[in-house]
Design a protein around this ligand. Structure first.
Ligand code: DGT
Length: 243
């Protein structure tokens, strides 16, 4: 890669408007270097989705600065900012149309080869090919009812076809079995070198091989490091590990 996809959080605090002034994120500082995979873990409501929502400017920090490629995101047009990244939301959204249309959504100029590579990386190609109409199969009303995990893999394929510098997966493999999830991560390592990846997860197995893991607890960063170092030093991480 050309070294793009750096993310810096500098003393970031955040509260939602109308959220009774309660801080959802408190003085968060960490960096995500180009090409790194950074895991984000923490109990429900700890602020994981809010944290990553600051990167594409779904919200702006109340205090502190978020930088992408060294530039304060508040100085960047959200549209241009979002072109660098792909976000797979917690709840996958497929629309009525073909599998192909769903994967190429937002990137209609993608070739069949690009679409297929994205689907292969997301471990979706094989189950798509097993349906009678393959990539022309219809999704949604009157079409195929894919399983929750299959829908998640389709939305990961949709993100990858955009060839982002930054990939944000917000609990996007929660319904995917661990073996398939491992294959997705291996494929990303092999075919998407240089991609910066933020991986929100509930289970430790999803993040344990990340370059580093950020541990959130009630909006505070309570640990950062590798799986091994966090197991030694971070009580909250140990608790998640044991649960
Ligand atoms: P999850 O998805 O259940 O694992 O939880 P997290 O860790 O992603 O937490 P997050 O960022 O969704 O929520 C953190 C806090 O912010 C929690 O107290 C709920 C609150 N919150 C989330 N979204 C909104 C919103 O749109 N408006 C307001 N006022 N509060 C929100």
């Amino acid at each position: 890669g050309d070294g793009k996809g750096r993310i810096d959080f500098e003393h970031v605090s955040f509260s939602y408007e109308g959220g009774h002034g309660e801080s959802v994120l408190k003085d968060i500082t960490f960096s995500c270097l180009p090409g790194e995979t950074v895991g984000i873990i923490g109990s429900t409501g700890s602020g994981k989705s809010s944290l990553v929502g600051l990167i594409p400017r779904f919200y702006d920090a109340t205090k502190g600065t978020v930088r992408v490629d060294g530039v304060d995101v508040r100085e960047v047009d959200p549209k241009l900012l979002r072109e660098k990244m792909a976000i797979v939301p917690q709840k996958t959204v497929l629309f009525t149309g073909t599998v192909k249309e769903n994967i190429r959504w937002g990137k209609e100029e993608a070739t069949d080869e690009e679409m297929e590579l994205a689907a292969r990386m997301a471990q979706a190609h094989d189950f798509i090919e097993r349906t009678p109409d393959g990539y022309q199969a219809r999704v949604g009303q009157g079409g195929i009812n894919f399983s929750g995990g299959q829908k998640q893999r389709l939305s990961i394929a949709r993100a990858l076809v955009r060839k982002p510098e930054i990939l944000i997966l917000d609990d996007s493999t929660s319904a995917v079995d661990v073996a398939t999830e491992t294959k997705i991560k291996e494929a990303l390592r092999e075919y998407a070198q240089g991609l910066t990846c933020l991986l929100i997860a509930q289970r430790i197995t999803s993040v344990m091989d990340a370059d580093k893991i950020v541990v959130l607890d009630q909006g505070e960063l309570v640990g950062i490091g590798t799986h091994e170092s966090l197991l030694k030093d971070c009580r909250v991480y140990q608790e998640i590990f044991q649960s």
